[in-house]
Design a protein around this ligand. Structure first.
Ligand code: ADP
Ligand code: MG
Length: 487
């Protein structure tokens, strides 16, 4: 039976499929088709092989030819190499000579002590020997004679586990989350970090889309920069100039030439934030530059070439945007290679306190009364993690470290109805004092914030409920203290 596996998107733009044939030792050949991330060659490992038999040495050397391999023919040499060298994995034969009493076991402990992943390879698979090897700290054991599949499996498993351990680190340092679903999704996304596959990050504002994009870039191994552009922050003309750059005099006000973000992201990552707000016209221009990997700066006749990797984000539902004719399907195909959805904070309550710990690291520690905690756990957090961070900043600048429910309510209520100080519903008095426009703004903000809170921060729902544009929603959030861009 052929094994056919494909990556998350077989229509991803830049990840070319690789075909390879495996299982040559078998009766049949298997055709394996896969896309990134397997496309990336496995990182080079430092491997020590303890093996007295010359033929077995050759077999191992050929299976490990993609790595740095050191071979020791006897125990003494192996022990010396363990002491002086630096290895990721050690393959240890146990019977070193015809009458040997499993002296290879003696290499296990010193290897494990030096952090080497010890794998025992032996022709004897008696329970007692296996038990002894595991007792000494061996991580894996397999019987000689099936190196073809065993060695490959062990290396793959090792690399995968090491990556997973690295990922766990991220969740306690750069992208805090204790939520099992979010961790699983982010771990999956991290697997694609070092590939060319485009990544699309969905989720309401403040859920960590930009933060995750940065983490993905940092784990991409790309030599270029992380270049971010918030598509909702520009008019169409300005966005075009920002993305593609322009020549001096290309339009009124173009006093000097300017390098576009596409070029700045050469060999790096282009983060298209709020891609859902881009006009159809701009989407077409962007698509063309992605497909051709080149573009013309405004006013220039010389094409620029740039190898950028795209990560994009939107708080809207791309399928709905496509259905409404607001997003080109072909552009969507180009950007959604791997899609990760970040849930609102109110749906991952397990993250609230770990995030607070993270935000107060190195500063004043906060502790909360039971009642305060309960309020926070049940609060809607319409501004998600961004709102939580702001809340922590406010509390940290306050007096005592112990926070009670009253203090929590005071700060959170302030954010829920941002203009509450303006008057208790006396909009007429407010208009007289600040002008009609300010009063209308305030009313709009109150309606929007109230609806957002009722929808637990789900902005797509609010946009639908109130029939408002993304732009109005953003402008309102901004005025209400929920900045869209991190400072
Ligand atoms: N998982 C997280 N771990 C640590 N900080 C986070 C996390 N998610 C969000 N933040 C912080 O919250 C704020 C908003 O996050 P951001 O990534 O800008 O959200 P989004 O792009 O979805 O609007 C930023 O200050 C960011 O550093
Ligand atoms: Mg963002």
């Amino acid at each position: 039976m052929p094994i056919i596996r494909a990556g998350p998107s077989s229509i991803c733009g830049t990840a070319a499929p690789i075909f390879c044939i495996i299982g040559a030792g078998d009766k049949s050949f298997h055709l394996k088709i896969f896309f990134s991330p397997e496309k990336e060659p496995m990182e080079k490992l430092n491997i020590l092989v303890l093996e007295d038999d010359k033929l077995a040495q050759k077999v191992m050397a050929s299976h490990l030819s993609a790595h740095n391999v050191d071979i020791a023919g006897d125990l003494k040499t192996a022990l010396k190499k363990i002491e002086t060298g630096k290895y990721d994995i050690g393959f240890f034969d146990l019977m070193l000579g015809p009458d040997d009493d499993y002296s290879g076991l003696k290499a296990i402990q010193p290897a494990v002590a030096k952090g080497i992943h010890a794998v025992v390879v032996s022709s004897s698979d008696s329970d007692a020997t296996i038990d002894r090897a595991y007792e000494l700290g061996a991580a894996d054991f397999y019987a000689k004679g099936n190196e073809e599949s065993n060695v490959g499996d062990i290396l793959r498993k090792f690399v995968q586990n090491r990556k997973a351990a690295g990922a766990a680190d991220i969740f306690t340092s750069a992208f805090i989350t204790e939520d099992a679903e979010t961790r699983a999704a982010a771990t999956e996304a991290l697997k694609y970090a070092p590939t060319e596959l485009p990544i699309l990050i969905l989720g309401p504002s403040g859920t960590g889309k930009t933060s995750l994009a940065k983490v993905l870039h940092e784990h991409s191994g790309r030599e270029g920069a992380f270049v971010s552009i918030n598509c909702s922050a520009y008019t169409e003309d300005l966005l075009e100039a920002e993305l593609f750059g322009y020549k001096k005099g290309a339009f009124t006000g173009a006093g000097d030439h300017r390098k576009g973000r596409l070029l700045e992201a050469h060999k790096g990552t282009l983060f298209l934030d709020e891609i859902g707000t881009m006009s159809l016209n701009m989407q077409m221009k962007l698509l063309k530059s992605i497909e051709e990997r080149s573009f013309y700066p405004l006013g220039s006749e010389k094409p620029e070439h740039s190898e950028f990797r795209i990560i994009s984000a939107t708080l809207e539902d791309p399928q709905a945007l496509i259905a409404q004719g607001k997003m080109r399907f072909d552009l969507f195909q180009r950007v959604h290679g791997f899609t990760i959805k970040l849930k609102p904070l109110s749906h991952r309550k397990a993250d609230i306190f770990p995030l607070i710990q993270h935000f107060t690291k190195g500063g004043k520690r906060l502790s909360f009364t039971a009642e305060a905690r309960e309020f926070m756990e049940n609060y809607a957090w319409p501004g998600n993690v961004r709102e939580l961070k702001k809340f922590v900043d406010l509390l940290s600048s306050g007096a005592g470290g112990r926070v009670d429910a009253e203090a929590v309510k005071k700060h959170l209520k302030g954010q829920e109805s941002p203009r509450a100080e303006a008057g208790d519903g006396n909009i007429y008095a407010y208009a007289l004092q600040h002008g009609l426009e300010a009063a209308l703004d305030r009313t709009a903000a109150e309606i929007i914030m109230r609806n957002l809170a009722e929808n637990k921060g789900k902005k797509t729902k609010t946009m639908a409920d109130l029939k408002i544009s993304t732009r109005l929603l953003y402008a309102t959030l901004k005025k209400s203290g929920f900045e869209m861009e991190e400072k």
